[in-house]
Ligand binder design. Structure first.
Ligand code: NI
Length: 173
């Protein structure tokens, strides 16, 4: 396993805006090695979710662990995830993103979703998600479409967020 650099909006916006391609041919050992790297990278950040495009790989793959810091690890892996149903009821949550460091803002999303995806072993899973799980999977699935959580904010807030990340990334003169 290896920790990969995480792309951020100051330097890598063009890559982060890419639409990721579906994985063809099922879940191979090569893909599992990529997911292992993604998980290690996410834990090291630390974060609770990571999409492959955030390490520059435009494939529809997500890793996640939404257990608290004092809980046993519970990694989740999603290959080619789809949302089959979304509740009409929306819920706000203050989101952040490893690609938009130190920026947090409220985003409203469907409170519950029904998902279909392939897991680490390549088995198809259909599952309901709510609470933080629903927030996180929708946030990560946005990444697969080249959408960042700041794209859900007003234009002004979005531009401010990107400017703030750029400023923080610039080496002091
Ligand atoms: Ni993110």
């Amino acid at each position: 396993m290896a920790i990969r650099p995480i792309l951020t909006v100051d330097a890598d916006m063009a890559t982060l805006k890419q639409v990721s391609s579906p994985v063809e041919g099922g879940v191979t050992d090569e893909l599992r090695a990529l997911m292992d790297d993604m998980l290690e990278t996410m834990y090291a950040a630390p974060g609770i979710g990571l999409a492959a495009i955030q390490i520059g790989v435009p494939k529809r793959i997500i890793v996640m662990d939404i257990e608290g810091p004092d809980q046993p690890k519970k990694p989740r892996y999603f290959v080619n995830p789809e949302i089959l149903e979304a509740s009409e009821e929306l819920e706000p949550y203050e989101e952040g993103c490893l690609s938009v460091p130190d920026i947090y803002d409220e985003v409203e999303r469907p409170a519950k979703v029904k998902l279909r995806y392939l897991d680490y072993d390549g088995n198809e899973v259909v599952e309901d998600a709510e609470g933080l799980y629903a927030v996180c999977i929708q946030h990560e699935m946005d990444h697969l479409e080249g959408v960042l959580f700041i794209d859900h904010l007003s234009r002004l807030k979005r531009d401010r967020a990107v400017a703030k990340v750029r400023k923080a990334a610039r080496p002091a003169a």
